[in-house]
Design a protein around this ligand. Structure first.
Ligand code: 5RP
Length: 231
């Protein structure tokens, strides 16, 4: 099986968790896209759900798949969010935001009673930090915010360079919320809670890609199928 087949298989297992009437958070990324596609097929067969997309890309995919959509204003509490991840550790702590959708992803996950991660097995790590940590910042005061982030890293036991994420055309990538992303190349994050608190205290930081205490389960798309948490 190819990695794509394995991701699709993980997404299919997550679709099996969906029951009639559920209010769903719809994640972003290639694995979540399989979930949206497969969920759409179930909806066309009569499954009644409603979804909140975590990005404009997912909104377009969900609309194309025929999934009825809502907003967190109309539906502030969700039953289940299914989303991908860039890294996951044994405590269901995540690094997310490789697709630039971390802000809406975190808002939707926090509004959900359950969050099940679907990811390929390579995303499982012993220590978070191999994947660059996305930090979403407002464009105003970028230089000052960058300096504040650089100063905060050592206080959380981290070291490494920050890069401004670029779009395919070489310009700065702008998120769905109109913000920029600094990617922190840390290698390892020894104390994710300390880093999360330090970043959250910086005024220009909108959100960061550490998802701590949000995931309730995971389905890993490995050659040896694995799941942990409640999934
Ligand atoms: C987007 C994300 C994605 O869920 C994450 O990047 C994983 O994507 P993929 O399933 O394509 O590996 O956090 O912001």
């Amino acid at each position: 099986m190819s990695t794509q087949d394995l991701k699709r298989a993980a997404a299919a297992r997550a679709v099996a968790l969906v029951t009639d009437g559920m209010r769903l958070g719809l994640g972003t990324g290639s694995t979540a896209a399989f979930f949206v596609e497969l969920l759409g097929a179930r909806v066309r067969q009569g499954l009644a759900v409603i979804g909140v997309p975590t990005s404009e890309a997912t909104r377009a995919a969900a609309q194309a798949a025929g999934i009825p959509l809502t907003t967190l204003d109309e539906t502030p509490e969700l039953d289940l969010t299914v989303d991908g991840a860039d890294e996951i550790d044994a405590g269901l702590r995540l690094v997310k935001g490789g697709g630039g959708a971390l802000l809406r992803e975190k808002i939707v996950a926090a509004a959900s009673r359950r969050m099940v991660v679907i990811a390929d097995g390579d995303k499982r790590v012993a220590v978070l930090g191999r994947f660059p940590l996305p930090i979403e910042v407002v464009p105003f005061g970028l230089g000052a915010t960058r300096r504040a982030v650089e100063a905060a890293l050592p206080r959380a036991g981290c070291a490494g360079a920050l890069t401004l994420r670029q779009a395919a055309d070489g310009s700065a990538l702008v998120t769905d919320g109109g913000h920029l992303i600094l990617d922190a190349h840390l290698g390892r994050i020894p104390d994710p809670d300390a880093l999360a608190h330090a970043l959250a205290a910086i005024p220009g930081v909108v959100e960061h890609g550490l998802f701590l205490g949000l995931a309730t389960g995971a389905i890993l798309a490995s050659r040896e199928p694995a799941s942990f948490g409640e999934a």
